[in-house]
Design a protein around this ligand. Structure first.
Ligand code: 26V
Length: 822
């Protein structure tokens, strides 16, 4: 390219990034931008001052990147997501700009320890789990591979709740990430847009009685105010924008006038408006069902679409070219109402006919599905949808008529299949199926792992896939290696650079060169030393937070993720109980010291998930205090799991637990983070575990349990968990201990219903997989006994999972879906 690229910054002065110059700049920043003198500055002040110094450098590249997309008329990607689980931004920004070490030095000159102030930055926890973290990794990768992209979402005042463990139970407390201000965001009042809700639809007819157009007259209006955060790519190549919308009353003064001088009423209304973006919904497996959730979805979607259409029109002046210049991506169905909203804008505002609008819409949108769990598939009761979005309801009906017409004309579908294709679920209560809307309105529908995509074709979308063949495609998830290797594991990064040079920093496939070091005893020792140091850091955290001493030479066995029955933390805990029993009854055997770590949040309304947390804590209390265990087994539940906690736990893990019921975990991304950091996976052939196994080779992963098709067959033929439990003494004893109150003497029946559920239904096949899991754990023990062999396998994990970089994933999205010309 000979045009101005984002790295050429002719209009800006050169910055001096020498530590001394940076130190001076930080002092100035502290004085003039934070308004403090060094003698009274708090660590928070130093944090703000430091961020602002680096921010200046970011802003310049940000402006240049924005200009480049404009002048080069580049196609832009718009990633619409209800969640962006970003975590901290400081380390990310400093390190992607290559300023980490100089800033460390600069702060040292000022007597400030960078790690101390870095620890003060709150996590931006604007997401629940996998889907939100994926959006954050994608934002970083899109900037890193130089793709002009905008993320659109919601600026929740309260992110995912803070979890406290009180007496072993999860207690949810509000999260307040904005308390000390947010130096990364820029409020853009000038980009505010009005969003309507409710009201009526007027049909305008021409003189000759022909229907001309529809005018939606909303009853309520809320202002969406944009807050922009720069997203810095690797080596500062490009800086993209994450635009989060915040809700506000349209105009309190006007409101008051409108309310005929009723100021209290106006205030109440203003408050109500702002409450729209107050809090993130904390359930990630259950259809929320509340109207507020649908309001949130429409609010951020409509604001984003106005923004996108406005930007396109101001640059190109013609909506016919929208699909050539804009790719709008739906991160799950949460923003799927965007399809109806774009249709409304095209038809009602810009006067485009239905057929043309529908063609443009389909060419513009693409949709990613992230779960097959039926209870997580979104649908809205028609009466709610209609009351809140009357015009969109009409448009959904019109789209549905078109889809059903196409389906019927194919003459290959029976009535039942036609019913399944319909955007409206008609059995009992009528509901709008958001998945079907997203499918119908997109040219591409992708799953997030090979297995998940296959299952999508066979299950939820089998009929739609027959109606619109070729739309479904796979894009196996990825993770950003900047956060999940270079930043969280500087020791391993330094060791790899020494061994194979720097190429892997730009292309993780180059990690393959580490394979030849797997058999090098000296390298293995250094690899083991890095792991050991990471484990010591985690042990310190456990001591600090829980006053519990753990031995860093023990095997660190880690399962960290949302608490869900399908993820089977229960299987893991039951196995710990069985092992505890074995250690006590066979003290003569050569048991290996093991520490089992669990962490994760449960949806506040998810009874069994919360009970599983309590069980983990009850079992931990008993095992950790029992002298007859001689410290050979410890169970640790780390409270308030977050991105920042993961950044400490992932590099410290020896064993990665990825043990979901096969067919239920769409992909998993934690599995990739662990493997990249040299943990061995114990897992089922579920989600991306399948592909991890292919990459690292069967000898370097421990696979157990039923396969997805076997789970399905077993269920179909009639699964009888009781018989299985009765034939497995280890399992039977462990379950008996749990249900009879061995771990809950204060309330012996606490776990009775939970355990009875395993005997009676066991939907997640804990019993079916137990023996296989326990055997697999003993295979893990055997590998661990041979330390050089363990480390060789661990090295091969790091070496062979470079493919799971989200840079690769993003390039595939661009190649097959967005066509933004990478
Ligand atoms: C559903 C709902 C329902 C309404 C209330 C709020 C809410 C929030 C999230 C969800 C969907 C969660 C789906 C999800 O997170 N799926 C995960 O996506 C990861 C990224 O693709 C993938 O690795 C995980 O396997 C998958 O569980």
């Amino acid at each position: 390219m000979d045009q101005a690229t984002s790295s050429e910054l002719p209009i800006f002065a050169e910055h001096d990034n020498d530590p001394r110059a940076l130190a001076e700049e930080i002092l100035k920043s502290l004085t003039y931008r934070v308004g403090k003198d060094a003698s009274v500055a708090t660590p928070y002040d130093w944090l703000a001052a430091s961020i602002k110094v680096v921010r200046d450098r970011i802003i310049e590249r940000w402006i240049a990147s924005t200009k480049e997309a404009y002048t080069q008329q580049r196609k832009r990607v718009y990633y619409l997501s209800m969640e962006f689980l970003i975590g901290r931004l400081m380390r990310d920004a400093f390190s992607n700009l290559g300023l980490m070490e100089n800033m460390r030095e600069a702060l040292k000159i000022l007597d400030v320890e960078i790690d101390v102030i870095a620890g003060l930055e709150p996590d931006a926890a604007l997401g629940n789990g996998g889907l939100g973290r994926l959006a954050a990794c994608f934002m970083e990768s899109m900037a890193s591979v130089d793709l002009p992209a905008h993320g659109y979402g919601i600026r929740y005042v309260h992110g995912l709740f803070r979890q406290e463990i009180q007496d072993g139970w999860q207690v949810e407390l509000p999260e307040t990430w904005l308390d000390h201000g947010n130096p990364w965001e820029f409020e853009r009042r000038e980009r505010s847009v009005e969003i309507g809700f409710g009201g009526t639809v007027e049909s305008i007819t021409s003189k000759d009685g022909r229907l001309e157009r529809h005018v939606w007259r909303p009853q309520e209006r809320v202002l969406a105010v944009a807050y922009d955060t720069p997203v810095v790519g690797w080596r500062g190549k490009r800086v993209n924008t994450l635009r989060l919308w915040s809700a506000m009353a349209v105009d309190p003064i006007l409101l008051a006038a409108f309310n005929a001088g009723d100021h209290i009423g106006a205030l109440r209304e203003a408050n109500q408006a702002a409450s729209l973006t107050r809090v993130l919904y904390p359930a990630d497996s259950h259809q929320a069902g509340q109207e507020l959730r649908l309001r949130q979805e429409y609010f951020f979607t409509a604001a984003s679409l106005q923004d996108i259409v406005q930007r396109h029109l101001s640059q190109y002046g013609d909506l016919m070219t929208l699909p050539d210049k804009a790719a709008i991506h739906l991160n799950d169905t949460h923003p799927a109402v965007a399809i109806a909203e774009l249709m409304r804008l095209l038809m009602d505002v810009y006067g485009i006919d239905f057929d043309t609008a529908w063609g443009l819409t389909k060419r513009t949108f693409a949709y990613t599905n992230h779960t097959l769990l039926p209870e997580a598939l979104e649908s809205w009761p028609v009466p709610v949808f209609e009351r809140l979005l009357p015009r969109h309801m009409q448009i959904v009906y019109a789209i549905n008529a078109q889809v059903l017409l196409e389906a019927r004309s194919r003459q290959i579908f029976d009535d039942e299949q036609i019913r399944r294709i319909s955007l409206i679920h008609e059995d009992g209560d009528r509901r709008v199926r958001m998945g079907n809307l997203a499918f119908a309105g997109s040219h591409s529908i992708n799953g997030v792992s090979g297995l998940h995509t296959d299952l999508m074709k066979q299950t939820v979308f089998s009929d739609l896939n027959r109606l619109y063949p070729g739309r479904i495609n796979n894009k196996t998830n990825g993770i950003t290696p900047r956060r999940w290797l270079m930043q969280c594991n500087p020791g391993l990064t330094a060791l790899a650079r020494e061994a194979i040079g720097d190429r892997f920093l730009d292309d993780t496939d180059a990690l393959k060169e580490l394979n030849r070091f797997a058999s090098d005893p000296a390298f293995r020792d250094r690899f083991a030393a890095v792991k050991r140091a990471n484990k010591e850091r985690l042990a310190e955290l456990v001591d600090e937070r829980l006053s519990l001493r753990i031995d860093p030479s023990a095997l660190f066995d880690v399962q960290i993720k949302r608490i869900h029955e399908y993820k089977r933390q229960l299987l893991n805990i039951i196995e710990a109980v069985a092992l505890y029993d074995q250690i006590r009854s066979h003290p003569e055997k050569d048991w290996l010291p093991r520490v089992k770590f669990l962490a994760g949040k449960a949806a506040p309304s998810y009874h069994n998930a919360k009970l599983i947390i309590k069980l983990a804590n009850d079992v931990a209390r008993v095992i950790n205090r029992d002298p007859s265990v001689r410290g050979l087994l410890k169970l640790v539940f780390i409270p308030n799991y977050s991105v920042s906690v993961a950044e400490i736990m992932v590099p410290a893990a020896d064993l990665s637990e990825q043990i979901s019921t096969a067919g239920m975990e769409a992909s998993g991304t934690g599995n990739m983070k662990f493997a990249l950091n040299g943990a061995i996976t114990i897992g089922t052939l579920d989600g991306a575990n399948v592909e991890i196994s292919e990459c690292v080779g069967e000898d370097n992963i421990v696979i157990f349990g039923l396969k997805a098709h076997e789970v399905e067959e077993t269920r179909r033929k009639g699964y009888e968990p009781r018989a299985i439990i009765e034939s497995s003494p280890e399992l039977g004893q462990a379950l008996h201990a749990i249900s009879s109150g061995v771990f809950s003497p204060d309330d012996p029946h606490r776990y009775k219903a939970l355990v009875d559920g395993l005997y009676e239904t066991d939907w997640f096949m804990v019993a079916a997989d137990f023996d296989s899991f326990a055997d697999a754990q003993r295979r893990v023990d055997d590998i661990w006994r041979n330390a050089p062999d363990w480390h060789a396998k661990a090295i091969r994990n790091t070496a062979n999972v470079g493919w799971f970089s989200s840079d690769r994933t993003i390039r595939e999205y661009d190649r097959d879906i967005w066509h933004a010309g990478l």
